[in-house]
Structure formats: C-alpha cells, structure tokens
Design a protein around this ligand. Structure first.
Ligand code: NAD
Length: 270
C-alpha cells in the first residue's frame, strides 16, 4: 500500500541495491540475481583491483542495469557508513541493503586469536549495524526499503571451534529482529537468511585441512564431514539463495519482517 501510494517518478526508476562483500560467492550471486530483477547494483569488497571493477561492468552489460564497484573495508565502522553515503550519492536512492560480508576462523575457544575474534565480530556483525544505521534515514525518507542480513545456520545452531562466527551470526539474528521491530511501521523490512553449507571459496578453503585431519578424500570429506549436519547431503546453491533474497526484496514479502529464514537442507529441523 505504502509503495503503491508513492506512485511517483521514483517508483518507475530502477531500485538501487548495495551488497557488501560481493566480489565472490554468495554476495556476487545475490548481486547477479538482484540485477536480473532490474536493480542497479553497488558491488563491494575491501580490495581495489581492476577485476573488481570489471565484475561490476560485466553485471551491467549482462543485465542492462547500472553497476559500480565501491571499495570499503567492512572491518572499519566509518567505511561501512561511508559505503552507504557513496551509494546514495551515486544513484540518488537506496532501496535494498544486503549485509553479506563475512569471514571464518576455526580454533578452540582457549586458543582463539584475539585479533581474529575482533575482526570476525567487526566484519560479520558490527558492519551490519553500521550500514543499517546509515541506510535507515534514506529508506525512511522514501517510505520503503528492504534490509537482508546474510546470517547462517550458525545463527540458529552452534558447532564447536567456531565461537566468533557462531556468536556473530547469532548476533546478526538478534540485530535483525530488533531493527524489524523498530521499523515495523515504516514500510522497511529487515530479515535474516540462514544458509547451510554453500560451496564458495569460504567453504572450499576448509576442505584440504579437513582431508588431512580425517585422512579422507575430497568426496568423503564433503559428504561425511562438511555435509554431516545437512540431511539432504547437498550444498545449498548460490542461485537458490539469490532467489530467496529477490523474493524478500519484492512487494510480496511486505509482511515478512524480523524473520531468520533457514535454507539449509534440513539442518535446523533437527
Ligand atoms: P566468500 O569468501 O566467497 O565471499 C566473501 C566476500 O566478502 C568476498 O567478496 C570478500 O572479498 C568479502 N569480504 C571479506 N572481507 C571483507 C571486508 N573486510 N570488507 C568487505 N568485504 C569483505 O564467502 P561466502 O561463502 O560467499 O560467504 C558470504 C556470506 O555468507 C558470509 O557472511 C558467510 O558467513 C555467509 N555464509 C556462508 C556459508 C557457506 O557455506 N559458504 C554458509 C552460511 C553463511
């Protein structure tokens, strides 16, 4: 109703989506899915390489939208807020914010390096607080908006040796619920997506170590170790996650807010 009531020129312009940590894996897939849905795109990572800008140009030509790459280190609060400001300055509007940047480190709690703990909390949790804080005034002004936080099945369940990651992802789910309640009457929704295992560089990097630790071949490690908690014994795909995010960003999801949606092959059904 709110979006329909606007019915002004802004409605007919393409929406703008900012996706943090989107030069690879899930974030890149979500950027592609939103571009295929007609959104202009801000790609982001902490690097500034020619290939980062080339990725944005490829999305633009593949989908007939505008796409730009903006460097911003999601470990740095000011850079998170500045990314939102630069996106609005460039496109004149911000409709969709996807907080996706994330890293992992695996160690027992007593050996967990303090700098890794702090960095994981900064990138996986605090960056979402900063981008949301910067984005909400623009979304309120427009009378609508979509915030999607990429949490994890580890936002709902724990695994040993992932204390920082599990703490950060549970935090993302809590942040999502709080923001949803604060914004409930504004036309802005805030939801978390909780994927099970997806075969991205983040997971690929864990396979060689697990092969050594368990003395198993690649296929056995994937099935018996990585996907042990995922009853379908299949990876979630980037395309499936892209489809869910596109739905959450649609008008049909206007009454979905404050949710933590698993897409995890049955992991959290257990
Ligand atoms: P990935 O390593 O493929 O991609 C991570 C992206 O974040 C990259 O583009 C990287 O450049 C960017 N990034 C890293 N540090 C950054 C920083 N300081 N500032 C800005 N960008 C930074 O990882 P992925 O598997 O695609 O993970 C994406 C998100 O999905 C993460 O939040 C992760 O926790 C979550 N997730 C992944 C899985 C999985 O199985 N792969 C499962 C559940 C949740």
């Amino acid at each position: 109703m709110r979006a329909k009531a606007m019915g002004n020129q802004q409605d007919r312009q393409a929406r703008t989506a900012v996706i943090t940590g989107s030069t690879s894996g899930i974030g890149l897939g979500i950027a592609r899915a939103l571009a295929a849905n007609g959104c202009n795109i801000v790609l982001n990572s902490f690097t500034d390489n020619p290939q980062d800008h080339a990725l944005a140009r490829k999305i633009a030509t593949d989908h007939g939208v505008d796409a730009v790459y903006m460097r911003a280190d999601m470990a740095a609060p000011e850079a998170c807020r500045d990314l939102v400001e630069r996106a609005v300055a460039h496109f004149g509007r911000l409709d969709v914010l996807v907080n996706n940047a994330g890293i992992q480190h695996v160690a027992s709690v007593e050996d967990f390096p303090v700098d890794r703990w702090n960095t994981i909390l900064a990138i996986n949790l605090s960056s979402a607080f900063h981008t949301i804080a910067a984005a909400v005034p623009y979304m309120k002004q427009a009378g609508r908006g979509r915030i999607v936080n990429i949490a994890s099945a580890h936002g709902l369940r724990a695994s040993p040796f992932k204390s920082a990651y599990v703490a950060a992802k549970h935090g993302v789910v809590g942040l999502t619920k709080t923001v949803a309640l604060e914004l409930a009457e504004t036309g802005i929704t805030c939801n978390a997506v909780c994927p099970g295992y997806v075969l991205t560089p983040l997971v690929e990097a864990q396979i060689p170590d697990q092969m050594k630790v368990h003395d198993m071949d690649r296929e056995t490690v994937i099935r018996e170790v990585i996907l042990a908690k995922q009853p379908t014994r299949e990876f979630v795909t980037i395309e499936e996650l892209g489809g869910l995010v596109v739905f959450l960003c649609s008008e049909h999801a206007a009454q979905m807010t404050g949710t933590a949606l698993p897409m995890d092959g049955g992991w959290t059904a257990q």
